[in-house]
Structures are given as C-alpha cells and as structure tokens.
Design a protein around this ligand. Sequence first.
Ligand code: PMP
Length: 412
Amino acid sequence: MDPYDYKNSYELFERAQKVIPGGIFMPRTPLFVTYGEFPVFMERGEGAHFWDIDGNEFIDFMCSYGAVGIGYNHPKVEEAARAQLEKFNSSTIPGALWVELAEFLIEEIPMADWVAYGKNGSDVTTYAAMVARNFTGKPGIARMKGAYHGLHHWCIASDIGQPPEYKTHVYDFEFNDVEDLEELVSEKKDVLAGVFLTPVGHWAMHDQEEPIPGWFEKVREICDREGILMMIDDIRAGFRIDYRGSHRYYSEVEPDILCFAKTIANGYPISVALCREKLFELSKKVYWSATHFYSAVPMAAAMACMKVIKEDGLIEKIRKDGERLMNTLRGQAKAYGLSASVTGHPSMPYMTFADDPSLEKMRCFCGHAARRGVFMHPHHNWFVSAALTEEDLEKTFEVTEACFKLLKEKYG
Ligand code: PMP
C-alpha cells in the first residue's frame, strides 16, 4: 500500500494559518506532531473510521480526543438528537429534558444527588472549584501535579495572557503519593477547599498510571478528616472504565463532586457536575448560567448515549479490545527487539519507547501509522472506540507491525 498523500489538508492548513491564530489551536495543531505525516482536516466519520479531505480513510484511535466514544454517527444517538432538533435546540425557557436528564443521571450514577450542566469539561471543573470554595469558605484547590482540568484561569497550563495571581490558590501534589498529599494538607489545611483528582494518571507525553490500591480510600479519609471536598475529574476517562464513574473500577469510595463530559453524549457538547446532597443548599448561591447550557439536543444525545453504553455492554467491549491492542503492540515490539512500554487502562492506552525522551520514535511510529490508515497520537493517550470491528483490529495490527519494522530499520 502506498502511504497516504495529504495535499488538500495542507493547502487548507496554509489558508487556516492566515485567518486563525496558529491555524489550529495549539494542542491540536499538526505543527506539534510530525508535520506532513498526519491528516489535518476531516470530511466525514462513520463508526470507528473517519475520512480526511483528501479522501483517505483512517481507523481512529483518538475518537475526537475521547468525545466520540461509541463511534461517529451512532444511529441511536443521532436519532435521539435529530428528534429533539426537529422540536428545538436553543430556547428561551428550558425543555423537560433539562429535568429528565438530571433525574436520569441521579438514577444511574450512584454518587449523584443533584446535577449542574455545562458545555465543555472546563465549565464543570470550574463549577466544582466554585462549589467547593463556597461550601468550605476557603479558597484553596489541590490537584495532581501535571493533571489537566481545562483552560479556565484557575487551572490553565499557560501563563500567557492572564495575571499569574489567578492561580494563587492552586496547589500540587503527586498522584499515588499519600505522603505528599498528607504533607500538602498539613501545611495548607486552613485554606484548602477541595482536592481534585483524575481517576487515572492520563498524562500527555508520558507513561500512563493507574491508581495504587487504597489511593481513593486514603484521599477520602484525608478529606473527611480535614473537612475538604473530594472531587473527581472524569472528563477524559468517564464512561470508558466504569459506568458509575471511573474510580469505581478501582474502589468503592465516592467523591463529593464527579465531573463528566466527552463520551457522555458521543460528541454533542454537554458536561455535567454530579454532586452530593450536602452541597445542595449552599450551591443555590453559586452564580452559574450561560447561553448554551440549556441546549436540548446534547441532552437528548447524552441520555441516548448512556443508554447505549450500558445496554450494549460497551465498557467491557472497549476494555477487551484495548487489552488486545496493548498485548499485540507489546508482542510486536518485542519481536522486533524494540523496547516499548504500553501503559494505562486498556480503554485509553499509550505507548512510549525506551531511550526516546523527545518522543521522536513515537512521532515516527504514529506518522507511519497515519499514512497507512491508523490514527494514533504520538503525545496524547489514545481512545479505543466502542465501534471497532474485528476487521479494524486486524488491519490495525497489520499497520502497527509494518510501523515497528520501519522503526527497527531506521533506529536499529
Ligand atoms: N479535564 C480533563 C481530564 C480533560 O481531559 C479535559 C479535556 N481534555 C478537560 C478537563 C477540559 O475539558 P474541555 O477541553 O472540554 O474544556
């Protein structure tokens, strides 16, 4: 097979760079991966596949960065969204779905007593921080060092364009390090409102980490002891690891606030903060509203998507497919004498190579894979689509085999 050509994509990217800063915003720009090796613009999607504007077809291991978890154009989600769209989407007063989805979430997710809506993940992590600060009367938020919670002022990774003091009350601790958290809490307990966790360490550009046994229990214990809220940002991992919240795959412990976005509505824009009863009364005072928070189409999509995930057993399916992917990659790398580390929960794995601190080998591997129809990101954890077929997996393994061979030839 001849590797793909991306003529139309890169011509359009030239135009994009003249009218949008950077052409495509920073983390998703093709300038960041291996320029020329990846498609830039998409034409359409179906199941676990998408086609770029040059007509090339890809098996997608990024799933819109986790948002399209059950496949592009899922018939049941699209049918629910279309049926609502025929009635209305944006509206002067909310529709019944506003209440029905909240009731549904409370019914389905064990820790949920009440619900707040947003659009992006950043909306609801910010909301969680506000609820915690209001409830405790303290300003501090502790978070796992290197964890991503979005682009709002309190947590954005960059300092460009905002006063540094906006992050004054945010403190870091190491994931899976109880002693480090204890130390931070003993130093800052008078100012700490909440501890934010992601359920797994889904770091960019690094091996992935799962929680050590007892981690959630210990965090819960510390939070209860000190009157600090425990919050879980399940925006990226949500509905991939455990339907009840990803932490439940590892523990019985529940947080005070649990945030979902991405997979919840298979790509329709909606995010939710699910909260415990004790936070309800005081949270009535937290100002929260935006034009599109009330849109009804994403609410219909969310309800349909969660039903499909549960009824079709998709979390189990992506775990099994992910395990196969991880084991196959390990076996293929070994057969070529390459030292690859394939880490993470199987529904969202990532690979790194030994002696590859700049990720050059990963960019080479993923670039070759893209040009042969398998889209894997060299810097970001991957997302296994619930729409993958047996044929997709076989084709993927053929391509990854070829990529390991090319890597061996290039780097020895
Ligand atoms: N938290 C996590 C763990 C995320 O992965 C993301 C998005 N990648 C966010 C928060 C922010 O979500 P959004 O980009 O939708 O604002």
